[in-house]
Design a binder for this molecule. Structure first.
Ligand code: P71
Length: 459
């Protein structure tokens, strides 16, 4: 197994909290068996999300010092705009403080009641922002993208048959735009091929429907194209990115992922009239168009992060580190989603804990055990996050996938940390028959996973 070497050395360190098993047991109970309720100071390795958790480089930290905090026309805005235009190629660049604001601005301007918005798979904030504007979010990923064990190099691809069926059924006038999420987070961090992007574009052109990218993890998607798609092995990441975005009409971006910053985002479009409407709204809710809810120094850090993320040594390590963790688990028979995605390893909780029925939340039970075992914080993506009661029948409805996501922050943990995580998971795997399910004590009416309180069921 190849051991990925960090392509950087460490200049600043932050101690990692250590806790005893007894302490973690008490923390879990107090948190209602929900890791969102656990203070970060009680977490040893935090794999809750790869969003906003990156380590900035010395170059980015240096950039903070030349932040120009002028209300209008900050020099860092111009540097940010120039960088985004150079990589993404869109004419209008609108800053926002994070991805879901860019989504909100876009959908509140383009989507009206009863409109349909297709995507490979909508991320939860994307779906929620479409539904908030009374639109209907439709997932059209290829079938392989829904099966954890099916190997496919581009499991994030759009199913063109499903997409065309949606267009034919509801009509072009009810589809204001189509999205493509690169990489496809909800489907396991899986990439979309350039061939598929081109074909999606051609299909949409026949109906005159604009294509927008949800570009959060675009550089990781580009790296997969270089590695896996015929004809791209000799291309640099920047030229692949430019080719992708040349096929779209705009994008939303959470810079908290491939922008390598702790806060920030933006929205791009080629449509001047659309840009003007969005900008007017931006001034109302987020800020003047040359800062969009961010400080000048944040814009500088994004501009620098977007350059650094295109570095091939960085991406080789990044993707290699995530794969390394996946391989350590796979080699010991731990059931994971395959192939390993760009930003996270997903445990298949159904196979890991076959004795726990879905209404006893096996994935949530597994996240609690990982915390108990090694102070590791992962996130449940299964029945707790996506299950709900059918309003008509009153019956419980559970999602297809029952997963635990181990999201790896960028440049934060070393490969030794990955080995620590794998060892803890293997210990849990060996004693999996003794793990009990959970039941809900308290839940909120929407997005219940953030605040729910649970308890173990009797053996
Ligand atoms: C992730 C997140 C962040 C998150 C969101 C909800 C609960 C816990 C953690 C955010 C995304 C994303 C995609 C594809 C838009 C956003 C929103 N992901 N699109 O995966 O993955 O961006 O957080 O900057 O608002 O943990 P934002």
């Amino acid at each position: 197994m190849d051991y990925p070497m960090e392509p950087y050395k460490i200049k600043v360190v932050e101690p990692i909290p250590r806790t005893t098993r007894e302490e973690r047991r008490a923390v879990l109970e107090k948190a209602g068996y929900n890791l969102f309720n656990v203070p970060a100071e009680k977490v040893t390795i935090d794999l809750l999300t790869d969003s906003g958790t990156s380590a900035m480089s010395d170059n980015q930290w240096a950039g903070l010092m030349i932040g120009d905090e002028s209300y209008a026309g900050s020099r860092n805005y111009f540097r940010f705009e120039e960088t985004v235009r150079d990589i993404f190629g869109f004419r209008h660049v609108i800053p926002a403080h994070q991805g879901r604001v860019a989504e909100n601005l876009l959908f509140s301007t383009m989507v009206k009641q009863g409109d349909y918005v297709p995507n490979n798979i909508h991320f939860d904030t994307t779906r929620a922002n479409i539904e908030h504007n009374r639109g209907i979010a439709v997932d059209c990923v290829i079938d392989a993208g829904l099966h954890p064990r099916e190997e496919h190099p581009f499991k994030g691809n759009m199913d063109l048959g499903k997409l065309e069926a949606v267009i034919r059924r509801f009509g072009r006038d009810r589809i204001p735009l189509c999205l493509l999420t690169i990489t496809n987070n909800s489907g396991g961090g899986q990439p979309v091929s350039l061939e598929n992007i081109r074909a999606t574009r051609a299909l949409l052109d026949r109906y005159g429907i604009p294509l927008f990218f949800d570009a959060c993890r675009f550089a990781e998607n580009c790296y997969f194209i270089k590695m896996r798609e015929p004809g791209y092995a000799d291309r640099d990441i920047l030229s692949i990115a430019r080719e992708i975005f040349s096929l779209g009409d705009g994008c939303t971006m959470s810079a908290k992922k491939d922008g390598l910053v702790n806060i920030g985002g933006f929205l791009c479009t080629n449509d001047a009239a659309l840009a003007e409407r969005i900008t007017n709204l931006l001034i109302l809710v987020e800020g003047f168009p040359t800062y969009g809810g961010l400080a000048g120094r944040d814009l500088e850090a994004i501009a620098r992060g977007l350059r650094e993320v295109l570095d091939e040594d960085y991406l080789e390590f990044r993707i290699g580190q995530v794969r390394f963790l996946g391989n350590l688990l796979d080699a010991e028979g731990v059931p994971i989603l395959k192939p390993v995605g760009g930003h996270a390893v997903y445990l298949d909780a159904r196979s890991f804990l076959p004795g726990i029925p879905q209404h006893r939340f096996p994935a949530q039970a597994l996240t609690c055990e990982l915390y108990l075992e090694g102070g590791i914080r992962a996130v449940e993506i299964g029945g707790l996050m996506f299950g709900h009661r059918d309003p008509d029948t009153g019956a419980d409805v559970f999602p297809e996938l029952e997963m635990v996501r181990l999201a790896i922050p960028r440049r934060v943990y070393t490969t030794a940390h990955m080995q620590y995580v794998a060892e803890a998971i293997l210990s849990v795997f060996r004693r999996r028959d003794s793990i009990r399910g959970l039941e809900i004590l308290h839940e909120a009416p929407v997005l219940r996973h953030f605040t729910a309180r649970l308890r173990p069921v009797a053996a």
